[in-house]
Design a protein around this ligand. Structure first.
Ligand code: GDP
Length: 232
């Protein structure tokens, strides 16, 4: 992947010689739903976290990548799932499904505990190698998304933004959405922006799956050879 690349949602990765991506999330199994850090699995294997505003399509994205219907539970009641759910991949690595954020109806006190929990995980978890951020393609990057990235990117680790529900947009709207998300990241994060990739994604139509798998697989492989996660 190249710096600043926006992978078009409607086409396969451009290089014909890119090997077919393995499917890192297929076969994922539930490990634990942690309501506090003491319940986290012992830090050891590499971890990829999935985050997003409530209703952004995070559960659907995880399920689509895992090719399962109900691995991650769709948030029927936004604001209620204040746990970090860990899944173990076939590779032995972990996926952490972070609680949805940005839901207006959650009482402020609850929201603060929840944000501290999420923020603490994202900023201090030593084995977290990359963050997959779900952003609703119709809404674009919100302040709460930006705040999360602000907490994560200075560590030098990479982010994959999945612009979700892209099937709901026309071709012109898709381009505008991806360009808008990219522009906001470039403006907000300047030096860290090259560590962020943006991919159009549809769980419904299974678009962007292979591109997302390649990025995730790349992070996991990089973590195994002991180097820093890829920056581009
Ligand atoms: P979460 O709260 O971020 O986990 O979001 P969910 O995965 O539960 O999805 C929220 C809503 O968006 C649900 O009504 C989903 O059916 C819908 N949704 C999720 N992904 C897609 C998609 O790719 N296309 C469309 N059209 N709708 C989607």
């Amino acid at each position: 992947m190249h710096k600043h690349t926006i992978v078009p949602d409607s086409t396969a990765p451009s290089k014909a010689d890119v090997p077919r991506a393995p499917h890192p999330l297929i076969g994922a199994e539930f490990v634990v739903a942690a309501a506090e850090p003491s319940q986290f699995p012992a830090a050891g294997p590499a971890e990829i976290a999935f985050a997003g505003r409530s209703n952004a399509g995070k559960s659907s994205a995880i399920n689509a990548l895992a090719a399962r219907n109900r691995l991650a539970f769709a948030s029927r009641a936004p604001g209620r799932t204040q746990q970090i759910v860990f899944f173990r991949l076939r590779s032995g690595d972990y996926v952490a499904d972070l609680p949805g954020y940005g839901y207006a109806a959650v009482p402020k006190a609850v929201k603060e505990i929840w944000q501290d929990f999420l923020w603490g995980y994202v900023t201090t978890r030593p084995t977290l190698v990359g963050l997959v951020a779900m952003v609703d393609s119709r809404r674009g990057l919100k302040d709460s998304d930006e705040a999360l990235l602000q907490g994560f990117l200075p560590s030098g680790r990479p982010v994959l933004v999945l612009a979700t529900k892209i099937d709901k947009l026309t071709a012109t709207e898709r381009r505008a959405s991806l360009t808008g998300i990219r522009a906001r990241i470039d403006t907000a994060f300047a030096a860290f922006a090259p560590a962020v990739q943006v991919i159009g994604f549809s769980a419904l139509r299974r678009e962007g799956i292979e591109a997302a798998e390649q990025v995730i697989q790349g992070w996991l492989q990089e973590s195994r050879i002991g180097g820093a996660p890829p920056q581009s």
